[in-house]
Ligand binder design. Structure first.
Ligand SMILES: Nc1ncnc2c1ncn2[C@@H]1O[C@H](COP(=O)(O)OP(=O)(O)O)[C@@H](O)[C@H]1O
Ligand SMILES: [Mg+2]
Length: 401
């Protein structure tokens, strides 16, 4: 096991495509780091550079003490699991797992010990005699992982290993991968475009956009304090509601944001936590509201300046909660970031200017709101997010440019 350190890592392909730019990441010994971002943002390229399967254009890669830039892949002592995993169909599970060790001519006894240990962790012990064709998709994926783990690599690299499995199996395998990684404690870099997978698996999550690292941190930190509109919109499902709103200060020194015919009053804690907000008084800001930070007013202890009024467009009962979609009369936020997020989500249906913005609230299942009926949505104003409309950066302490 070892730490993996990327310093100023960059990749330009021969045809001039810039896939990764100045990537700096320290993956600690034993850590589970998830690299996440939309398709094409450079995740696979970054992983393949760590694995030694892709030439580095700029920067350095350390694995443990060593700079491995010029070390061939087979000598880097890393194991990689891809989304398409080829098992040897004529070999049983035992021999599939043992294959790499047999090649390296380890003693039979040592091989046997390691294979059985790995099979135990992967819950494959009862299947050691089976051929791949007699295994389920999840079992096959575990055999593929077994083949990688059994070599006891310094680091484990996984590129969307679950994307060929159906949704239910993906959730099961996710839990198993997390458990297995904890048990074997190998430094792991896991690539996915699925933010739910990223949030549930990672000790830390690194979000990439167009080859550039946006933010890296524990899942909850990314969720609570996204550094920009892109991370805010990418992490969380349904996504954060984003609206343009004017920030005002009243004669009592209180801050308000106007959303159509309603206005939200910001509790004192907001400008205290985000002192730079003061510089935006009288100007437009982007306000972010997580769906779960709203509730049916009938079920909340709402006060003045905490309610949005509208009519329900769509009500989706999810069992554990109810998603209520309602329009507010404010311009939608359309930036490079939101356009890219919409494209990634496959919903290029960004609201047209002049038609307002549809918000989604995640309400308690006890709500009695129906489609076509009035909505009074309580907003937890202490949890609002604010972004600079020009740069998309989160407004915290930074000075205006
Ligand atoms: N061999 C290659 N030659 C040229 N461009 C490539 C090659 N492989 C990937 N790319 C481009 O590099 C960018 C990053 O790709 P990739 O690392 O595969 O992203 P991801 O894994 O995040 O989907 C994309 O624009 C992709 O089209
Ligand atoms: Mg990829």
């Amino acid at each position: 096991m070892a730490e993996v350190v990327l310093t100023g890592l960059g990749k330009a392909y021969g045809d001039g495509t810039r896939a990764v730019t100045d990537l700096n990441l320290e993956i600690r010994d034993g850590e589970f780091l998830v690299l996440v971002g939309p398709s094409g943002c450079g995740k696979t390229t970054a992983l393949r550079m760590i694995a030694g399967l892709e030439q580095i254009t700029e920067g350095t890669i350390h694995i443990g003490e060593n700079v491995v830039n010029d070390v061939p892949s087979r000598d880097r002592d890393v194991a990689m699991v891809f989304q398409s995993y080829a098992l040897y169909p004529h070999l049983n599970v035992y021999d599939n797992i043992a294959f790499g060790l047999t090649l390296r001519k380890l003693a039979k006894k040592e091989i046997d010990h390691r294979v059985r240990e790995v099979a135990d962790v992967l819950e494959l012990t009862e299947h050691l005699d089976r051929k791949p064709r007699n295994l389920s998709g999840g079992q096959r994926q575990r055999v593929a992982m077994g083949r990688a783990i059994v070599r006891a690599p310094q680091a484990f690299l996984m590129d969307e290993p679950l994307s060929n499995l159906d949704a239910k199996l993906r959730v099961q395998m996710r839990a198993q991968i997390a458990r297995i990684q904890r048990e074997i404690g190998v430094t792991t870099v896991y690539v996915t475009h699925d933010q739910t997978e990223a949030m549930t698996l990672g000790d830390r999550v690194a979000v990439m956009r167009r080859g550039v690292l946006q933010q890296v941190g524990p899942p909850q930190e990314l969720y609570d304090r996204p550094v920009n509109l892109f991370v805010a919109g990418f992490i969380g499902s349904p996504g954060m509601n984003l609206v343009s709103a004017k920030l005002d200060e009243d004669s009592g020194g209180r801050f308000w944001v106007s959303l159509g015919s309603d206005a939200l009053l910001l509790p004192e804690s907001v400008p205290q936590q985000r002192p730079a907000l003061r510089q935006y008084v009288g100007r437009d800001v982007v306000v972010g509201i997580r769906p779960e930070d709203m509730e049916d007013t009938a079920l909340a202890d709402a006060r003045e300046g905490e309610i949005l009024h509208s009519v329900a467009d769509l009500v989706e009962a999810m069992g554990s909660d109810v998603l209520v979609h309602f329009p507010v009369d404010v311009p939608p936020v359309v930036t490079d970031d939101t356009r890219e997020l919409a494209k990634d989500a496959g919903t290029d249906d960004l609201p047209k200017a002049g038609k307002g913005t549809v918000l989604v609230g995640r309400f308690s299942p006890r709500t009695r709101i129906y489609e076509g009926q009035p909505v009074a949505a309580w907003v937890d104003t202490s949890r609002l997010h604010f972004f600079d409309p020009a740069t998309g950066s989160s407004i915290w302490k930074q000075e205006l440019q």
